[in-house]
Design a protein around this ligand. Structure first.
Ligand code: NAD
Length: 247
């Protein structure tokens, strides 16, 4: 098993990509601590336990520093360490042209998608430095790399995540902490499945591979970056986008 004996915190794991990551990590031997606002995380924990794995849910708001600090401290106290962080919690935005943007909407997206990643990294790294190493995976997006009309806050937040990742990787490389990002294309999560059929068809058209990703396919990429298989990989962003950004 790839993560035998490891302790992994996954934010935003009540649903979608984060849920798949929590389930795959637990199946690979990690004790998983889920930080999410949504009570659905309890069902994810119950499923992992039924399958023979170990998991814990800590109600967490990734925009609140005390809440994030408590999440990491609970992981360390509950399972004896902190080896892996996946900073995955994120939201979509209300698509608006810039000149009509409500700054409260901008701030909400930046707070969750970018500041939430920074706070999660900060409080995980504080434990990892003391422990002598760790692996971090931050969730980017294709929209960190390409433009899309009326999607400025989300795009800015995700571009921020990708370059935050590079800087953190360089900072902690000599301390055994690897920091990488994933930029998924469109993935079949509740967020995407709730969109009208023609919007989903447009998403498929943009991906040369001709379909949406399944959440489990992104989880496999996270597993690679979290495990020793990627021991010489740090400061990179792995595009798991069916060829979207290769066009
Ligand atoms: N679905 C896609 O096509 C896609 C593509 C590229 C990137 N992403 C990114 O992947 C990540 C997961 O997306 P998803 O599609 O699985 O979404 P999702 O809505 O299914 O899951 C997101 C989770 O984050 C949690 N969350 C939201 N705000 C939070 C907060 N303040 N504190 C703690 N938890 C919070 C939600 O409760 C939810 O469980 C996001 O960062 C998203 O931007 C998704």
């Amino acid at each position: 098993m790839e993560l035998e004996g490891k302790v992994a915190v996954v934010t935003g794991a009540a649903s979608g990509i984060g849920r798949a990551i929590a389930e795959v990590f637990a199946a690979e031997g990690a004790a998983v601590v889920i930080g999410d606002l949504a009570p659905g995380a309890e069902d994810v924990v119950a499923g992992i336990e039924r399958a023979g794995g170990r998991a814990l849910f800590v109600r967490t708001d990734v925009t609140d520093e005390e809440s994030v600090a408590a999440l990491m401290a609970t992981a360390v106290a509950g399972f004896g360490g902190l080896d892996v962080l996946v900073a995955n919690a994120g939201i979509a935005e209300k698509k608006t042209p810039v000149h009509e943007m409500a700054m409260v909407d901008w701030q909400r997206v930046i707070d969750i998608n970018l500041t939430g990643v920074a706070l999660s990294n900060k409080h995980a790294i504080a434990h990892m430095v003391g422990q002598g190493g760790g692996a971090i995976v931050n969730m980017g997006s294709i929209l960190a790399h390409v433009g899309q009309a009326n999607s400025t806050a989300y795009s800015a937040s995700k571009a921020g995540v990708v370059n935050f990742t590079r800087s953190a990787a360089v900072t902690y490389a000599r301390q055994g902490i690897r920091v990488n990002a994933i930029s998924p294309g469109y993935v079949r999560t509740p967020l995407v499945e709730g969109l009208p059929g023609n919007v989903q068809a447009g998403m498929v058209d943009k991906q040369p591979i001709g379909r949406l990703a399944e959440p489990g396919e992104i989880a496999q990429v996270a597993l690679f970056l979290a495990s020793e298989r990627s021991s010489f990989v740090t400061g990179t962003c792995l595009h798991a986008d069916g060829g979207y950004t290769a066009l």
